[in-house]
Design a protein around this ligand. Structure first.
Ligand code: HEM
Length: 398
């Protein structure tokens, strides 16, 4: 059916929400939208259509007849020096995804447990010299860069630059006005990243190590070098900051709820905390899609050709699924979330993040520092609309 023959009302426009509200207190905004206008155009986002209910965000991610990821208008392609698999559909997407999958398979990643444990213990040793620290720069950030060095197949020089590269890629990908000064920053990061990948490719050809880069260059169905590069960049731009933020949000949730922390210690089931932390504050709050074919949802006409946003951060708090969703609660049911996306583009890093957080970082941190506590709970601020996490987290180590 074409748009002309579909009958649906115009999508309402929200003029009340500001960008500051989305940055500072998105859960209040999304609770209001879920209740009053779950599908809405946000004036603060230039009139972009957003979906806030779990059922709808799932549909946006999984209904391939009406929604797709191909988007030639996005600044992401320019910022990454080409299309990543995240903005492709069908066979081209599948081919690139299949080339990365073996490196991130749940059985394969077990080999990295000892390396993750050594990395964590080394950083915990460093913390032991202090009475109090900010866990963001002193622990969560270096854990994230260190494990991704192993998983992605980079060297020490690459590890040191990961946060700068990720930040530059994200700025470029969000450069909706195509400001050339911002692209200069992402261009510089691209030059450095490509040099690093080329250096490592030589090594992985000679000695494959099971990393993401190694898997891609040795794929049975070979990829173009340009695709290998852009997909390495999606793993950098979409994993470095997110891992840091997810770890910190979860640690904060546990420190604010000592009974739940005690439960994890006693049961050894840290995956409960890992999953609830991911639901509670989604590090990537929203994912864009294009409307491939017009459709009607909730009586509203969703026009073909528009870029829409599925707000997984809102879906994770949907009243239809959870009570008191703003509370961190490892015992809630269902203990599920949309933080890693759904459908064809579901995150490939799910298992490796959970292995790192639930089997290594959380148990080791709380075992090493049993009296760990927040220096000032009220001082911990969460920030961000597209990406979200605590901006710092000062703790006493005991
Ligand atoms: C807590 C950490 C992470 C979060 C919150 C996260 C979140 C996401 C989300 C929401 C998507 C889907 C985007 C969409 O539907 O448009 C995605 C895709 C992806 N993620 Fe992650 N991610 C994380 C860690 C990782 C890690 C560690 C890796 C790899 C080492 C990774 C690799 C990827 C790749 C390759 C895709 C694209 C998949 C595709 O398009 O088929 N992510 N991630």
């Amino acid at each position: 059916m074409t748009e002309n023959t579909l009958s649906g009302a115009d999508i309402p426009v929200d003029t009340q929400t500001t960008l500051e509200m989305l940055e500072d207190a998105p859960s209040e905004v999304y609770a209001r939208l879920r209740k009053g206008s779950p599908i809405v155009r946000l004036q603060a986002l230039g009139g972009r259509i957003v979906f806030t209910k779990a059922e709808d965000t799932t549909r946006v991610k999984t209904d391939a007849e009406h929604f797709w990821s191909t988007d030639s208008t996005s600044p992401m392609q320019r910022a990454f020096g080409g299309h990543t698999l995240m903005r492709k559909d069908g066979c081209p997407h599948l081919k690139e995804r299949r080339a990365m999958e073996p490196a991130l398979d749940p059985d394969h990643i077990q080999r990295w447990k000892p390396a993750f444990a050594r990395l964590t213990d080394r950083l915990l040793d460093d913390l032991a010299a202090h009475k109090s620290v900010d866990l963001l720069p002193a622990f969560a950030a270096p854990i994230s860069a260190g494990y991704l060095r192993t998983v992605l197949g980079l060297d020490g020089a690459g590890e040191e630059r990961l946060f700068d590269w990720a930040t530059s890629l994200v700025r470029g990908a969000m450069n909706g006005s195509f400001d050339s000064e911002i692209f200069k920053i992402s261009d510089q990061a691209n030059v450095e990243m490509n040099a690093c990948f080329d250096r490592m490719i030589e090594q992985h050809w000679a000695a494959p190590d099971g990393s993401v880069l190694s898997a891609m260059i040795n794929a049975t169905d070979p990829l173009e070098i340009s695709q290998i590069r852009t997909n390495m960049k999606i793993c950098i731009g979409g994993a470095v900051i997110e891992t840091r933020d997810a770890l910190l949000s979860t640690i904060y949730g546990l420190l604010c709820n000592p009974d739940q922390l005690r439960h994890c210690k006693a049961s050894g089931n840290w995956d409960l905390a890992c999953q609830e932390g991911l639901r509670w504050v989604a590090p990537i709050q929203a994912s864009p899609r294009m409307v491939k074919k017009a459709l009607v949802m909730r009586g509203l006409l969703i026009p073909e050709g528009e870029t829409v946003m599925a707000i997984q951060a809102s879906a994770n708090h949907d009243e239809d699924l959870w009570d008191a969703s703003d509370r961190f609660d490892i015992h809630r049911s269902p203990l599920s979330h949309q933080t890693f996306g759904e459908g064809a583009h579901k995150c490939l890093g799910v298992y490796v993040y959970r292995l790192l957080a639930a089997e290594i970082v959380l148990p080791r941190l709380f075992e090493r520092f049993p009296a760990l506590c927040l220096a000032d709970r009220a001082a911990v601020k969460f920030k961000g609309f597209a990406f979200r996490g605590p901006t710092s987290m000062e703790v006493y180590l005991g």
